[in-house]
Design a protein around this ligand. Structure first.
Ligand SMILES: [Zn+2]
Length: 669
């Protein structure tokens, strides 16, 4: 799943927020983790059939939870069940420092779906010792513990102690260092008893050379050695993880009855056949059906999809989401695409590079209704699937932005101190708090729906002429298009922005980010490499330099801290228009040298003193670098005949509580 264009600016999103949203997104913060909840806007306005469909699909999203835990590490389920038993049944003192350290460890394990950090892959170090762990198990009734047949509590303790406490044992979930046997060094559970070389040989025989439609070999199986022979355990009904997969199938079958179109029913039917057989040809067939269903009101992902956790890059972890179209955002993008020709005709570029007939691209913006498997609790911000290249090329792919997840990030970051630290004055803080979310969303829509689609090449221009500078220049072109128009009266005329101050908030945020804060993501001494970041730096520094004589944008220091202040928003807008005209010319004519100069002169280098200052200020804020979510509970309402009459959303405020509830209700392995 590649994170799509609009999802790449997670850190910039820290800066925008909106005051009038009173929903409390924050749940809790521990260690390097922040837990939020997300809101389901407009859920109550969906039809009963749509709600029912969402409900069944969301149950299917939760049924596979154990699969991911087991895939991450083969003792994760045993450990989780032990931790759950202790939390529920330990009779000792729960106020001690040791017990608090145990709870923290447990929460970290729950967040990571296992005992290795979800991002760094390192095994967690418990903040309590093995003696206390033994005490916890001894203080928990044996019948509550996940003991195997004939096993005593002491034997369970003896078995788990080295797994939890020996730092040399299973230290990394995924190890991809070159020169090591990646399979032997990785704790993830896609292989057992086999060496990397054996796996490579096993799959070498299965690849069909020059197959134009290759299946995703090895995607849904574990490789083991039985009686000296390397073999695959396929994830399917009746096979590996069959008990959980059967539950997924049950709920998908219910979903078929509530699906809105025959195409959706067909697609789900193929998915079920795939889960029953494990046949990877079926998986491709399913993906083709899924991607051909282009604009459903309710959609989902459910399967073995992403291969990041496999050191060999073949085997996929199980994941699921359920989503529905964001109608408000869709209304906004429709207004923009309906006016695409007006934007094109008034664009500050040379008329000969304007398109005579431009068609806007309507991006689908969705709201998440449930996260499951590898998408929970840490969620993506944008999704682009399927992964098979030949399907993407021949049939296409679906790209979506997760509006309610992004919004939760935005609003929860209000009050974390970031904006207050870097904004130049209180008026700017207020503007961002009031209009940051709306102007940020509008910027993204203009960028995606009309920015990239605008303009044309001169006859005979090589479309690949800009080479390595093509991507940052293309992102700059789309950003400039958005920035230029967001300050246009057309925005308030079309009802896309409430007042011009909202556009000012957009300029404040963009320049502050481009000139100062985006470099918090870069290590000292390094240059800016990523295309979107190069683009933002290039635009911001270019307008700063060009506007210097008129003091359009000011960089100043106060108490040793650097700030950005915009003195003339309308002059700034015309500079942005001027740069848009130039970058369009560069693209239209394929002027590599001019494009290179803009990116290299304004987009790549970082002032080392400024970098050090920004990093120090950022570190002092102590922001949790990772965010995850609790799901809402979706509760079906039935009438006396047992017919579903509604589905009600209940928001959950308790991370540990949800984890324990899921352990109780969705554990089948
Ligand atoms: Zn873009």
């Amino acid at each position: 799943m590649t994170v799509i264009c609009r999802g790449t600016s997670r850190n910039d999103r820290i800066i925008s927020s909106e005051v009038k949203d009173n929903f409390d997104y924050f749940v809790e913060q521990f260690d390097d983790i922040r837990i939020l909840k997300y809101k389901l806007p407009g859920f109550e306005t969906l039809s009963l059939q749509q709600k029912e469909y969402i409900y069944y699909l969301s149950q299917a999203s939760l049924m596979g939870r154990d699969i991911l835990w087991d895939q991450n590490f083969r003792y994760n389920l045993l450990i989780r069940k032990t931790l759950e038993a202790i939390i529920g049944n330990y009779t000792g003192d729960k106020e001690t420092t040791d017990y608090i350290a145990f709870l923290l460890y447990t929460k970290k394990v729950f967040f990571a779906n296992g005992i290795h950090h979800h991002y760094s892959n390192d095994k967690f170090k418990p903040g309590f010792n093995a003696g206390f762990f033994a005490k916890l198990i001894n203080g928990t009734k044996g019948e509550k513990l996940p003991l195997s047949k004939g096993q005593s509590s002491d034997q369970l303790t003896a078995f788990l102690t080295p797994i939890l406490f020996d730092e040399k044992l299973f230290p990394r979930k995924v190890e991809q260092k070159s020169g090591v046997d990646m399979i032997a060094e990785s704790a993830s559970n896609f292989y057992e008893g086999v060496k990397q070389k054996e796996v490579e040989e096993f799959y070498a025989h299965k690849t069909i050379p020059d197959d134009p439609h290759p299946i995703s070999i090895g995607l849904n199986s574990r490789v083991v050695k039985i009686n000296g022979k390397v073999t695959e355990e396929v994830y399917k009904s009746g096979g590996k993880y069959g008990a959980a997969i059967n539950k997924i199938i049950q709920w998908l079958e219910k979903a078929i009855n509530a699906a809105e179109t025959d195409k959706q029913k067909d697609e789900l039917q193929i998915l079920i056949e795939y889960y029953k057989t494990g046949d990877l040809k079926k998986w491709d067939e399913y993906n083709i059906a899924w991607v051909s269903n282009t604009a459903p009101m309710v959609d989902y992902i459910n399967g073995f999809i992403e291969i990041y956790e496999d050191p060999m890059g073949m085997k996929a972890t199980w994941e699921a989401i359920v989503d529905y179209t964001d109608l408000e955002a869709t209304r906004r993008t429709k207004i923009i695409t309906d006016n695409a020709q007006w934007f094109e005709d008034h664009s500050p570029i040379h008329p000969k590079y304007r398109k005579e007939k431009v068609k806007g691209v309507a991006a689908r913006v969705i709201n998440i209704a449930m996260l499951g498997g590898d998408c929970y609790p840490a969620s993506p911000l944008g999704i682009n699937l399927p992964n098979a290249n030949w399907i993407r090329k021949e049939v296409g792919s679906k790209s979506v932005a997760l509006a309610n997840i992004t919004k939760a990030y935005d609003v929860a970051s209000r009050g974390n101190g970031f904006l207050e630290e870097f904004a130049s004055d209180q008026a700017e803080v207020e503007r961002i708090k009031k209009y940051g979310s709306i102007s940020d969303a509008l910027h993204t829509d203009l960028h995606e729906c009309v920015g990239h689609a605008s303009g044309k090449l001169a006859n005979g221009t090589d479309p690949n002429a800009l080479k390595n500078y093509a991507s940052p220049l293309e992102e700059a072109r789309a950003d400039l298009f958005a920035l230029y128009y967001i300050m246009d009266r057309k925005m308030t005329d079309l009802g896309l922005l409430p007042v011009e101050d909202a556009a000012k908030a957009s300029y404040d945020a963009y320049l502050r980010n481009g000139l100062l804060t985006q470099i918090v993501r870069i290590k000292p001494g390094k240059d800016i490499e990523e295309a979107h970041m190069r683009n933002r730096s290039a635009i911001s520094h270019w307008v700063y330099e060009k506007g210097k004589t008129g003091n359009v944008v000011e960089l100043f220091k106060y108490n040793g801290k650097s700030y950005v202040k915009i003195n003339d928003y309308h002059k700034l807008r015309s500079l942005l228009g001027e740069l848009l005209g130039e970058i369009q010319r560069i693209k239209s004519e394929g002027d590599y040298e001019a494009g290179k100069r803009i990116i290299e002169d304004f987009g790549v280098k970082i002032d080392q003193n400024l970098h050090a200052e920004i990093l120090t200020r950022y570190e002092k804020l102590n922001l949790a670098p990772y965010t995850g979510f609790v799901n809402p509970d979706l509760i079906p309402v039935y009438d006396s005949d047992g017919r579903m009459t509604d589905v009600v959303v209940e928001y959950v405020n308790n991370f540990l509580g949800q984890m324990l509830e899921y352990g109780k209700n969705y554990s089948f392995l």
